[in-house]
Design a protein around this ligand. Sequence first.
Ligand SMILES: *Cc1c(COP(=O)(O)O)cnc(C)c1O
Length: 365
Amino acid sequence: MNYSELAPAYIRAIAPYQPGKPISELERELGLTGIIKLASNENPLGCSPHAVTAMHEAIKTIALYPDGNGFELKDALAKRYRVAHNQVVLGNGSNDMLELTARAFLSPGDKAVYSDHAFAVYPLATQAVGATGVSVPAINFGHDLEAMRNAAVEQGAKLIFIANPNNPTGTYLSGDALHKFLRALPANILVLLDEAYNEYLPVECRYDSVSWLREFPNLIISRTFSKAYGLAGARVGYALANAQVADMVNRVRQPFNVNSVAQAAAVAALQDEDFVRQTFELNQRGMKQITQGLSKLGLEYIPSFGNFVSFKIKDAARIYRRLLESGVIVRPIASYDMPEYLRVSIGLETENQKFLSALQQILGE
Ligand SMILES: *Cc1c(COP(=O)(O)O)cnc(C)c1O
């Protein structure tokens, strides 16, 4: 028998997430060494040394279950953001927050709205619970908030996903635009504001979304330790929300969804503001280096507010493969309906240079 038929039709219809190619896989395939990965928006500086120390310490009690309530991490987050413990939900990466929010609030027949070219997990999380995704056309690759609100109201959607900045486009919405959007939205439509790249926003672009939670009980903010904090492998993220919303999300959470090593790492990482600043500054310089390099090669890119940039290139799939052969892993984004683009993460200066040199050589062939 065909066992896939035992799954509901909405599960069979899911197009699986395509992760960036791991270095070890490319090593096996091509027998190359010195490969660089600029494909998953990881932190090229690694993580805070304090987080490493905390992880070593936490390993000693690995035989014990983690704190299922994540008290210390919640406490650190609650203090940092001036919210109550019961407004914090911890996740196995912020990906978990997206899935859990969908699971808590959507059932088959419900609708969730997101933008074209938005983060791939929004349709995945929506489809996994049998709900229907409504993808709204973008403006210059960015979210069209007004159209998203209209679509949500017209279609009776329960949840809107917003990524700011968005991955893979790097596009950004100002705090004013978001606040205005929230004010005009009926209060019974939930908004998941995904701020995975929040720490990379230039100072003049920052806004205090956490302070909006009092005004908008339908707002859920999700953040992660995977990007600027450099803990992608540890899998830890969190959501901040109204206590009733947080309570519902917590009910569908696995009791021990964030492991003890990850919790310890996140507590230490959160305190290391110097590391986050260094990360930010390296990214600012690297973004300039890569975008100027792309311009020199005559390539167009979408101005980005994250730690990655998507650029337009003819034969993107072929260029991607040629870059792999040169030991540089970037990300094809055809699955985001952007077949003529590739996304490159900002790396160390030497990595950025290696990427630009390889690209220049390939374009000259
Ligand atoms: C990377 C990313 C995430 C989540 O990553 P986690 O590792 O699961 O925290 C969430 N949203 C966007 C837009 C991202 O790019």
